[in-house]
Structures are given as C-alpha cells and as structure tokens.
Ligand binder design. Structure first.
Ligand code: TEU
Ligand code: CA
Length: 556
C-alpha cells in the first residue's frame, strides 16, 4: 500500500459550538478554535475535524446547511476560517470541514426555489412525490429522528423526502446537476487549503430504484430507513465519481461516516484509490443497539467491546485504514459507556484510551475526551437540545416507561452528553464562556477540566500525549501505523490484548478490564513502553501479572 500523508497522523474532532467561546455570546466560535491551537498542538494532534460551521438555522445543530459557501455568523466569518487554516498550517496541522451533502436545509435557496416551482430545475434537486391516490404517504419509512420521512412541500400539494429532520430535505443524487454542485463546492473549499473532509451520513445518498413499503417495526406503523437502504444498489458510482472529481485532485484526506458497507465492498471504500481515505469503525457504537429505541439498548461490556473491535479490525485487515473512536458528537462519552460507573476514574479512562488508540487505523479524539469528560446526568428533559434525544424520550414513554425511567434511559445515550461545553477551568462556566453557555455544562467541571489536567503530570491529558508520542516515535511508528493486528488470547474474559507486528518488530498491547489482578502468559519476555498505573506490572519471563484495570504496552 502506498504511504499517504495522513497514515501516521492523529485526528481530533471539534464540535465548534461547544469548544471555546471567544466573544462571550455563549457559543463556541472559530476565533475560539484559533486561540486553542497551541493547546491542540501541544497535545500532539495533527488533523482537526470541525463539525459544521456553515450558515444554518441549527435545526440539527449545523447539520442543516443553508449556504455551503458561507460561515454562520454565530461561528464567525470566512476571514476567520481562512485565518484558522493559515494558523493551522503554520503548526503543520490540517483542517477538515464536515461535508453534509445527503441533505441541505429547507432554508437553502435550492429548496426555496423548489417550493416556488416544483416542476422546475430545483424541484429535481430533491425527491418530490405525490401522495398515493388514497391519501397515504408514498412510503412508510421512519426518519432517523422519528416520524415519517415525508413532509408537505410548502405551498404545493407535493411531498419531499427527508431521512433526517424535516428541515433537512434529501438532495437527489441521481440528478447530475446536484452532484456537480456538490463537487464544485468541495473543490472550492479544497482550493482554500483544507486538508479534506469528514463525510456526513453518506450511506444515505443512494436510494432504491423503486420506493416501497417495508414491514412496520414499531407501533407507529413505520419502518426504519435502514431497510430501504439495504435495497439501494450502486452508491459506488456516486462515491467513485466524487473521489475522482474532488479529493483525489488535491490529495485530500476524506473519512466517511459509513455504517452499512458489505464486507466485499470494503476495498472499494478504503482500499487503494478507494472512495475515501478512511472510514469510521462504528462496530462498538452500534453494539447493543435495539430496533425499538435507546430505552431498550443493551450495554456494551468489555468482552462485547473487544469482540466488536476485533471483528472490525479483521474485516479490514491491511487493505485500508479505519478511523478509530470511542465517542463523537452523536454518541455518549466513551468512558461512561464502556466503563462501569462505579469504576470510572483516571486509571480506567487510560486503559480504554490505550486499547483503542493503538489499534490499526487513524485515532480520533473527540474534544474533552483527552480531559476525561463524562456523560452528564440530565436532571430533566428541558435540558435536552438534541432532536433525537427529544424523539427517543417520546419513544420510551410510548413504550410504557415512566417519565423518570425514560429520562434515565435517554440520558445514557443522549447526543447532548458529548455536546456540553468543553471544561477548560474550574472557574465560572468552566472557562468556556464569559456569557451564558448555549447548553448547560456538566457540573463535574470543578473536578474535570483542562487546567487541572495540564498541571498534573499523571493526568489523562498527559497520558494521551504519551500515547501520541509513542505512535509517532520513529522506533515504533512503522509497527504502530502499518503493522498487522492479531488478537491475543481473545477468549480470556475481561482481557483485551493484541499484537501489532511489522518487519520483525512485535508490540503487545494488553489491558485488564477487571478490578482484580490477572496473570497471563505472553509470547516472549517484554520491555515496557507504556503503563497506565503508577505501579509497574509484574513481569517474569513469559509471565505477566496485570493489576486490576492495568494496561501495558510491551515490545516483545
Ligand atoms: O449522523 C448520521 C447518523 O446516521 C447517526 O449518527 C444519527 O445522527 C443518529 O443515529 C441519531 O441519533 C450524521 C451526523 O453525525 C449527525 O450529527 C447528524 O444529525 C446527521 O448525520 C444528519 O446530518
Ligand atoms: Ca462566540
């Protein structure tokens, strides 16, 4: 495989609205990111992915774009973004924008023109349909945020398709004019010096040839859009064309939000000249997910986590690079999800960090993850901003949960967990803003914040720094970046271990997901490269004794 500039890089996701507010209006902004660039550089990250900052009515927090060529004034100006790109470049860092092109906003001029003239050019930018003769909707698909995927096209008797929120009409990718508008915009941004894009919800752009009903899977009589997507064929034509017309021309990095690839398609997605440079591994985030809704999700225990990760690693092998995460802006905080609440502490956070960070693929850190930020215990539904949390709460109530039970269930998975403002200090508003934060902070900022992390050499922040240094260390880099991954003792309960190997070098990463010590036999004597606890592991020849929740990296 050809070496690419992004293979040995570390990525970091910024959710701008909650990152850092530079002007006291309670909303994080581009100038706030510029001010924190040195903080990020010191951490060691190279690639910064910004969740959307384009002009938007914020129905889905910026994932509903009203103008792909403009920045929302709440985030700043185009000049600020240009400065951010330039300042990043000075520090050898790359900026990725979020490419949200399955849909736009209903406030985009294309959609307004479609409403004014559904038969005209812009009507063909969307999926417009008539009601069935008996007055029912064209199909029974349920949108990701609840309710039907069809909504009346204002001022007309037609309906438009939206697989997400009704303020996010799906763009019709079958129309070559839509595709060329998208490519034009991508190239316009790449010309500005972007490093590339994270590609949002891209699996949704291809719909089946015929729009049909699927068996209802909930009381609402609707069917998860997933079923419809399974019948869609030929997405590769669009993705290959996009790659050729845009990313490949600039040697840009692209990471796809891909959920439903078939195994045989993986090389097309991320192999040599694949549609994308990388795609996220979501195997762990969908682990335990229920068809019924969040309230029915099953927890992902350490052995489930390990199984999901190893399956994903095996599917891809060395044909390409996954992007590895423990959380993002759509998921609960990884440490709250994968570590039992009673054992949540810096040591267990470091254990989880070690295990995912040294997998084969590109590590992504989500803002605040490096500080140990946790889920928030939402005291009431009034605290939810996220559209899907609000929907899932209703789903839980409809299923018979009490208000309190529904709140607890939704709190555990709410997308707002990751969206609370970054905790910079123990002071007012955690140092995020001088004003009133747009979303309430997690109350634990007095104990978990950047200031304390930076002051403590044993903090999680400094542990992430060590992980990053290790992955970049010329002595180990080839193995940690390009090496194969072989699970080690995968059947051992509450142990997650794997060997990375390249050109004769072997590195063992082993973590004990148990409170009690665990003794394992290792393939050969090892030299300790990293350890999450103060105490060293007991090593005697081929015997390794890990303390409770200990993680080690050994060169064999
Ligand atoms: O997410 C796509 C997606 O399918 C899910 O992660 C979805 O958000 C989740 O199931 C709802 O709870 C992307 C973005 O990451 C997300 O923030 C946007 O809301 C969505 O696309 C629409 O643009
Ligand atoms: Ca601001």
């Amino acid at each position: 495989m050809d070496k690419k500039w992004w293979h040995d890089k570390i990525a970091y996701q910024i959710y701008p609205k909650s990152f850092y507010d530079s002007n006291g209006d309670g909303i994080g902004d581009v100038r706030g990111i510029i001010q924190k660039l040195d903080y990020l550089k010191d951490l060691g990250v190279d690639i910064l992915w910004l969740s959307p900052i384009y002009k938007s009515p914020f129905a889905d927090e910026g994932y509903d774009i009203a103008d792909y060529y403009d920045i929302d004034p709440r985030f700043g100006t185009m000049a600020d973004v240009e400065e951010l790109i330039a300042e990043a470049k000075k520090r050898d860092m790359y900026i990725l924008m979020d490419l949200v092109v399955n849909h736009c906003s209903d406030e985009h001029e294309w959609f307004k023109k479609a409403c004014a003239d559904p038969e005209g050019k812009y009507g063909k930018f969307f999926y417009l349909r008539d009601r069935n003769p008996d007055g029912t909707l064209p199909t029974n698909w349920r949108s990701y945020f609840g309710g039907p995927c069809w909504e009346e096209l204002p001022g007309t008797d037609k309906l438009y398709l939206h697989v997400f929120h009704k303020k996010q009409p799906d763009l019709n990718w079958e129309n070559p004019e839509v595709r060329s508008e998208v490519y034009k915009n991508i190239n316009w941004w790449l010309e500005k010096g972007l490093g590339g894009f994270r590609v949002d919800a891209i699996i949704n752009i291809k719909k089946p040839e015929t729009f049909a009903d699927y068996p209802a899977d909930r009381e609402d009589g609707l069917s998860n859009v997933r079923h419809m997507l399974e019948d869609a064929r030929g997405i590769g034509k669009f993705l290959g064309e996009m790659q050729k017309e845009t990313f490949s021309r600039y040697d840009a990095f692209s990471v796809g939000e891909v959920f439903n690839e078939r195994k045989e398609e993986i090389p097309n997605y991320i192999g040599e000249n694949g549609y994308f440079s990388s795609m996220f591994d979501f195997a762990e985030t969908v682990c335990g997910a229920s068809e019924k809704g969040w309230y029915d999700n099953k927890p992902c225990l350490p052995d489930d986590y390990k199984r999901c990760v190893f399956e994903a690693q095996k599917r891809v092998g060395t044909m390409g690079f996954l992007s590895n995460i423990i959380e993002n802006h759509d998921e609960p905080r990884g440490v709250s999800r994968y570590i039992p609440a009673e054992d949540l502490c810096p040591a267990t956070k470091k254990l989880l960090a070690t295990m995912y960070f040294l997998l084969r693929g590109i590590p992504f850190i989500f803002q605040g993850q490096e500080l140990g930020m946790e889920n928030r215990n939402f005291p009431s539904t009034a605290e939810f901003d996220d559209v899907s949390s609000i929907d899932e709460y209703q789903v839980a109530l409809a299923a018979g949960l009490s208000g309190e039970e529904a709140l607890r269930a939704v709190s555990a998975y709410s997308r707002d967990n990751a969206r609370t403002p970054v905790q910079w200090t123990a002071g007012k508003n955690a140092g995020f803003t001088e004003g009133t934060p747009w979303l309430n902070l997690n109350e634990n900022y007095v104990r978990i914040n950047a200031e304390d992390n930076l002051a403590d050499p044993d903090s999680l922040y400094h542990y992430y720094q060590k992980l990053i240094k290790l992955r970049k260390d010329p002595a180990y880099k080839d193995t940690l970046v390009y090496g194969t991954l072989t699970p080690y003792l995968p059947e051992e309960k509450n142990l997650m271990a794997y060997i990375r190997e390249e050109g004769g070098q072997r590195i063992l990463v082993a973590g004990n997901f148990d409170r009690n010590p665990k003794t394992v036999t290792i393939p050969s004597e090892g030299r300790l490269l990293l350890n999450n606890l103060e105490e060293a592991p007991e090593m005697c020849g081929e015997t390794l004794r890990l303390a409770g929740y200990q993680a080690v990296v050994l060169e064999l």
